[in-house]
Design a protein around this ligand. Structure first.
Ligand code: FPP
Length: 252
């Protein structure tokens, strides 16, 4: 059902000033399920419906990059029954959604320590990435087994190795060179970071990349989040003045 409110948010968005890249920390699946007297995995299953709606809504609007914090490196420490269920959900979702991704011209991408994923999950993921690699619409990046600190440490290691092998001079290690050694080397920095569920934390997500991102927090739990919530966040983003360290007069 489309309410006036939904139409309202979308219509108010200035399409010439869309954030090119939106990153989301999808949080609150467990609490959502608990609130309904269900198991946590019920929340993750319903979280997939939010993913589907937000991916469609973002693509429809013209957002170019959407990056979803799907499974953190720290999440491996959850009870194994939940980890297994999330991995199975990932596989079944990829299989179920691949047709839709092709229809919607979405290119799937992933960042994180993907080698940690169970073999089947890893293979299905790489297969879907390959299958959608020619698509030219929204780039949907799933952060899986992702830790920003690990990503940064890995980048430092790569650079140190290049210096050691004489491929790079220490004085040539610029911000750009550093960024080129991150998982996100082929993505622009997010301009907008959304976190659901009323938590005001970054939780080891894209620490380098969000240096100038606008942060948007909502109390909605992820399974309740839909495209109109994304539109509301984008509207809020458009009302802000992004100064990048300059004065208000300078940016105006
Ligand atoms: C956070 O809620 C959610 C996760 C750790 C998993 C996210 C996974 C999905 C939305 C489903 C799979 C997604 C795709 C793209 C196939 P939480 O469990 O931390 O909730 P809580 O803070 O209330 O416990």
């Amino acid at each position: 059902m489309v309410s006036n409110n939904i139409m309202g948010y979308k219509e108010q968005i200035d399409l010439s000033r869309l954030p090119e890249h939106v990153a989301i920390i999808m949080d609150g699946n467990g609490r959502w399920a608990k609130g309904k007297g269900k198991l946590r995995i019920f929340g993750h299953h319903n979280g997939v419906l939010s993913v589907r709606d937000v991916v469609e809504g973002a693509g429809e609007l013209g957002v170019k990059y959407l990056t979803l914090y799907t499974f953190s490196a720290e999440n491996w420490n959850r009870p194994s029954i939940e980890v297994t269920a999330i991995m199975e959900l990932l596989v079944s979702t990829i299989n179920k959604e691949i047709k839709k991704l092709m229809q919607n011209n979405v290119r799937l991408n992933a960042i994180g320590d993907l080698n940690m994923l169970p073999g089947k999950c890893h293979r299905e993921l790489l297969g879907a990435i390959e299958k959608t690699s020619g698509n030219t619409g929204l780039v949907l990046t799933l952060a899986l087994s992702y830790s920003s600190r690990r990503e940064l440490a890995q980048a430092a290691k790569n650079i140190a190795l290049k210096v050691q092998q004489g491929e790079l001079n220490p004085e040539d290690v610029t911000e750009e060179v550093f960024a080129q050694n991150l998982y996100t080397h082929n993505l622009p920095d997010p301009e907008l970071l959304i976190r659901t569920s009323g938590e005001f934390r970054i939780s080891n997500y894209l620490l380098w990349q969000i240096a100038y991102a606008e942060l948007y927090f909502t109390h909605k739990l992820w399974p309740d989040f839909r495209r109109e919530d994304l539109y509301e966040a984008i509207l809020d983003y458009q009302k802000r003045e992004r100064r990048f360290g300059m004065t208000s007069e300078q940016v105006n």
